[in-house]
Design a binder for this molecule. Structure first.
Ligand code: 5GP
Ligand code: ZN
Length: 113
């Protein structure tokens, strides 16, 4: 838990979010600024700054997160989907609590911008 972290505040319930999944370790909520018809974020409740902060001890947790993201995409009718982790400002990271974007419900181009 990091005091100044927006997503830790969402986990604690201090800031509301439209949640679609929660268990002891993970939380999923719809993105406030969706970039696709289906766009939610899946986060570990453990505060990790971003992909670069993942340690060996987090391997199982992050594995579960990726697997759950695919399951939730399917359950929520995303069809084909894209899983995105941004690391660092230049990559577009704005919240420094690791989160996986799950985007679906439309055709996508490659490479991303
Ligand atoms: P990043 O740019 O760090 O990869 O992604 C952060 C994401 O969090 C953005 O897509 C942004 O729209 C979303 N976001 C930022 N603040 C909030 C919030 O208070 N609630 C929700 N649901 N999403 C947020
Ligand atoms: Zn946090």
């Amino acid at each position: 838990m990091a005091n100044d972290c927006l997503f830790c505040k969402i986990i604690k319930g201090d800031i509301p979010a439209d949640k679609l999944y929660e268990d002891d370790e993970l939380l999923a909520f719809w993105d406030i600024s969706p970039q696709a018809p289906k766009h939610f974020l899946l986060i570990p409740k453990k505060h990790i700054n971003g992909p670069a902060g993942i340690t060996e001890a987090d391997a199982e947790l992050i594995g579960k997160l990726v697997k759950k993201g695919g399951e939730l995409a399917k359950e929520n009718g995303a069809g084909s989907y894209r899983l995105v982790f941004n690391e660092g400002l230049a990559a577009g990271q704005t919240v420094f609590h690791i989160h996986m974007h799950v985007l679906g419900g439309r055709a996508m181009t490659w490479p991303p911008g």
